[in-house]
Design a protein around this ligand. Sequence first.
Ligand SMILES: Cc1cc2nc3c(=O)[nH]c(=O)nc-3n(C[C@H](O)[C@H](O)[C@H](O)COP(=O)(O)O)c2cc1C
Ligand code: SF4
Ligand code: SF4
Length: 254
Amino acid sequence: MKLYEVVFSPTGGTQKVADRLAQSLSGEIVPVDLTDHTLAFASIALTPDDVAVLAVPSYGGRVPAPVVERLAALHGNGARAVLVCVYGNRAYEDTLAELQDTAKQAGFRPIAAVAAVAEHSIARQFAAGRPDAQDAQQLAAFAAQTRGKLTAGSAAEPQIPGNRPYQKAGGAGMVPKPTKACVRCGACAKTCPVQAISADDPKKVNAKACISCMRCVSICPHDARKVNPLLLSAAGLMLKKVCAQRKDNELFLA
Ligand SMILES: Cc1cc2nc3c(=O)[nH]c(=O)nc-3n(C[C@H](O)[C@H](O)[C@H](O)COP(=O)(O)O)c2cc1C
Ligand code: SF4
Ligand code: SF4
């Protein structure tokens, strides 16, 4: 049995959660990076004995659109899957339901689902530092319960929250732009999950293609890529109330 760790994590929060879960499940880990647009996703085929951790961030309560496409191209071939949605302490709405449908369409059998909190990748003052020690403990306990179900050979599908049809997807509308500090090193263009930044001129961005994932902001070695500060503070004000209280991680197993 192999453990496929299939993750879309532009700024690292989803990866941290997936790592904590995967490390506590057994099996040789095969990483699949869904942010890597050069990967041939359709050539990745699992077997019914394999297990997959499928981990995505919640964007506006949905699975980011390019991720749906990349996940749907995989060949699950009956492998059991642990679905993971990571959100920034606001809400995840229909993300797990959409992930469940996408995973099944790709041939996976969902046997568990986790909703977990990580630092908000746009407004980083919310859920700052999460997943923290308390989250780590909770995620290890979730993994132990999931391992129990896997060892028992169960493929029963759990009750997973979410609406169908899903709520309307809406872009965050925040397209980071380079500042004067940009030295045109090209690192952002290389790692943008959707190739929205021109490789020839990193100052040029395709605003329509950009999914506001904040990868370019977080990886720029010169701190030279920024979102409009007015938009950012407006988002902070909007989120202040809904993000104020710490939300717990959740496991859906039955
Ligand atoms: C475009 C966008 C939309 C987001 N929408 C939500 C949301 O609806 N609810 C929420 O709680 N967090 C939301 N977040 C926060 C992310 O889900 C959260 O920070 C996640 O950990 C980011 O994953 P990453 O660190 O792997 O990139 C959003 C972030 C981005 C970039
Ligand atoms: S990573 Fe930063 S410095 Fe390099 S091209 Fe992009 S914005 Fe400019
Ligand atoms: S340009 Fe947009 S999609 Fe590309 S890394 Fe930056 S925020 Fe993400």
